[in-house]
Design a protein around this ligand. Structure first.
Ligand code: GLA
Length: 731
């Protein structure tokens, strides 16, 4: 049973997989957090509460249960602002009298089979009700009239708990929500390392690990998107934790806009984590009866290191977050013309690429930026989603038919949320972009951002995109987003609601995405934001794969894909073989290594196939064959980070193991040669009792030998070289 309640002691217990989470309503009505970690047998662990902690200078509420009881020292289930808890707070509600002092007391609870959806927001879901149960605990602030429902979904067979909060105004006055994080977690220890994933354009999700310090650390974005700079995902783990050892807690925010994950260590060495919408430039007006729903945070607990944590996220996000036919269906191998042609293309050029693609076994041609309006460089035309017949002679349908006739599917690029000041759309609707009257409009990549909070803007985009998508046989959409938000104001909202625009923008984006995927259920959507600038779980709800980075250099990708793998499954990471020397770094890498690294995700090509040599074309054929052969292992198997590229900056290794443990795929990349060196790799996840055959050489090894003694690589590993080894268990 994932949820049990002891009504007498008012204990709430969640059992998600082999993790346990316990909270209790105290006699005075406060809801305190008692435990989160490995499975434990007792539910009443209230003896863990420390009522003797010296609360000098911490305010004591009149209803304290002991002379030392203070909200400032007790572990809160959902922390509030201004009523005596000086640590970081998840909730702050402004009353008509101007006060933001907020205090919640328990009112009631309810248990629901399965998991209700979150209106207007992406969220994890259940495939059948038996997969999870949901607990909703209602708390009340009787003075303000704010009613707060704390929602917890415990997944039956995964160590995962999804949390969010619903705030309703039960008063007859206007309330203003000042901050509304989606969760608080108070832990009674501070000896953790914090792992997070920072970066920039062409260098996303760099792994960083550091010990927690006293005070507040914040991993956040105020850019209007989850961003290249910080992924909405953090891990707290034992200082001694490794891939396979130690406790780890993951916090992943299912949201694509401004977020904050704040971690505070207090003077008593307690740790508090809060995660949710960034309170900077956020406010939400609640009229009487209205409610506000926060996006969800998915918490995952691991008692066996970072690998188990990742496996749980991978399973959950693959099966309970991604949706639609493309969740499970085999994704097509595509060739995208961006790095092949940039803006310099026409129908014939694309068809020539498609001809080679068809011969080589590639399954889809994607026409990237530059097919619409007068777009021959990035100075104009975003918003004018009309085919440029100078380039696409005879129109889109004619091109799609030519490509389809070659046996290939056809995909297309859009950047729906943007508007170029040089465009017909801007001439007609200069007020449709985000802007603040009287202030200059800052451009990014020569473009402004459409006000997605406006229904007329969304309707325009839906209509114009639907027209394109239904005009021909389009199988795929790459949805791009190439700048962050500034001058965030909306023409249609009154001054007191301007701080809602950041969030309304994201809600508008989700609404448009939902409308489009509902209208075109068989189209495969791929997310993108200058590469991986919006690589977050929320986007995976709409697009099961995301362009991982604009950096297609195979060696750089080892780092980027490594960082991405902590929360996101291989099936979500688009990875393409591009030209050498690489366009971003200038580095030359062998065709083989480019293929081996791109094979770690949703596979494709990003180069001019017409320019490949005979030998390279032969390699494409072999890579295509490998992709089909290994697809199920990579996309549905378990992923193991064997050697981190950060460990030595010379080489790295990863592995996939099929669900039945009968097949394993090992990839080893030598980023830089280590002179006069012998490489060993220890595999993981195999069946120790089985005998595995290295299919290429016929060499046989016991599973336990490969895992404990390891494998010595006999191959010469020069700069940028790599090998893939496929192991199959003997019958
Ligand atoms: C972004 C994307 C690229 C490409 C260009 C087109 O940078 O990440 O893959 O689509 O836009 O302008």
């Amino acid at each position: 049973m994932p949820i049990t309640v002891n009504d007498q002691k008012k204990l709430f217990r969640l059992d998600a997989g082999n993790s346990t989470y316990i909270m209790q309503v105290r006699e005075n009505g406060y809801l305190l957090h008692l435990y989160y970690g490995s499975h434990i047998s007792d539910s009443d662990v209230s003896h863990l509460l420390d009522n003797h902690i010296n609360a000098a200078f911490s305010p004591l509420p009149p209803s304290r249960e002991s002379s030392y009881f203070s909200l400032d020292t007790q572990p809160q289930e959902y922390s509030c602002n201004g009523a005596g808890d000086f640590r970081i707070s998840a909730l702050s509600v402004k009353m008509p009298n101007g006060s933001t002092s907020t205090e919640l007391k328990y009112a009631s609870y309810k248990i629901i089979d399965g998991k209700p959806s979150l209106e207007g927001l992406p969220a994890t879901y259940v495939n059948c009700d038996s997969e999870a149960k949901t607990l909703e605990i209602t708390m009340e602030d009787t003075l303000s009239g704010a009613e707060v429902v704390l929602c917890y979904t415990a997944f039956e067979s995964l160590n995962a708990i999804a949390r969010n909060v619903r705030i309703r105004n039960t008063s007859d006055a206007l309330l203003k929500v000042d901050r509304a994080y989606s969760m608080t977690l108070d832990l009674n220890r501070a000896d953790f390392d914090l792992i997070h994933f920072h970066g920039k354009h062409v260098a996303e999700r760099k792994f960083e690990r550091s010990p927690l310090i006293h005070g507040i650390q914040s991993i956040a974005s105020k850019r209007g998107s989850s961003s290249h700079n910080h992924n909405p995902f953090v891990i707290l783990c034992d200082k001694t934790a490794t891939e396979t050892f130690g406790e780890a807690y993951g916090f992943s925010f299912v949201y694509s806009g401004n977020f904050a994950s704040d971690i505070e260590v207090d003077c008593f060495d307690h740790t508090r984590v809060i995660m949710g919408i960034n309170p900077t430039d956020f406010e939400w007006l609640l009229s009487p009866g209205d409610f506000f729903t926060t996006p969800e945070v998915v918490m995952v607990y691991s008692d066996a290191g970072l690998e188990k944590l990742s496996h749980t996220y991978h399973r959950l996000y693959r099966k309970n977050l991604c949706r639609g036919p493309w969740r499970d269906a085999k994704r097509p191998i595509l060739v995208n013309n961006w790095e092949a042609t940039y803006f310099e293309f026409n129908s014939d050029k694309l068809v020539n690429i498609a001809k080679d693609a068809a011969e080589l076994g590639i399954e889809m041609l994607v026409m990237d930026d530059g097919w619409f309006g007068n777009r021959n460089d990035d100075h104009s035309s975003l918003g004018d989603w009309f085919v440029n017949e100078d380039k696409i002679s005879g129109g889109l349908d004619a091109l799609v038919k030519r490509v389809n006739d070659l046996g290939l599917k056809f995909g297309i690029w859009f950047e729906p949320e943007m508007i170029s000041p040089i465009s017909k759309l801007y001439e007609a609707h200069p007020d449709w972009c985000l802007h603040v009257n009287g202030r200059d409009r800052s451009t990014g990549r020569q473009q402004l951002v459409l006000d997605m909070s406006r229904k007329d803007v969304r309707d325009y985009l839906f209509n114009v995109m639907s027209e394109i998508l239904s005009s021909s046989n389009i199988a795929y959409v790459k949805w791009d987003f190439n700048r962050n938000l500034s001058e965030v104001g909306s023409e249609l909202l009154p001054p007191e609601q301007q701080h809602e625009v950041f969030h309304r923008y994201v809600l508008g984006l989700y609404e448009l995405l939902e409308r489009l995927i509902t209208a075109f259920p068989n189209v495969l959507f791929e997310g993108c934001s200058g590469g991986g600038g919006r690589f977050d779980p929320a986007m995976l709800y709409y697009s099961p794969q995301i362009w991982t980075s604009d950096n297609t250099d195979a060696i750089e990708r080892c780092y980027i894909q490594y960082g991405t793998s902590f929360a996101y499954p291989a099936s979500s990471m688009s990875a393409h073989v591009s030209a050498s020397p690489n366009h971003q770094t200038g580095r030359a890498t062998s065709f083989k290594t480019r293929g081996n690294v791109a094979m770690a995700g949703a596979f494709g090509y990003e180069l001019d196939l017409n320019k490949l040599s005979v030998e390279e074309k032969q390699l494409v054929k072999e890579q295509v064959e490998s992709y089909h052969k290994y697809y199920h292992i990579i996309n549905f198997g378990d992923f193991y980070r064997l050697i981190s590229p950060y460990d030595n900056n010379y080489y790295c290794a990863w592995e996939y193991v099929s669900e039945d443990k009968n097949e394993a795929l090992l990839t080893f990349v030598s980023m830089r040669v280590v002179i006069n060196h012998t490489y060993f790799v220890r595999l993981r996840g195999l069946d120790p009792t089985k005998i595995y055959v290295d299919v290429a050489t016929g060499d046989e090894y016991h599973g336990d030998t490969l895992m404990n003694a390891g494998l010595r690589l006999k191959e010469w590993m020069g700069d940028g070289s790599s090998i893939v080894k496929y192991f199959k268990a003997k019958e």
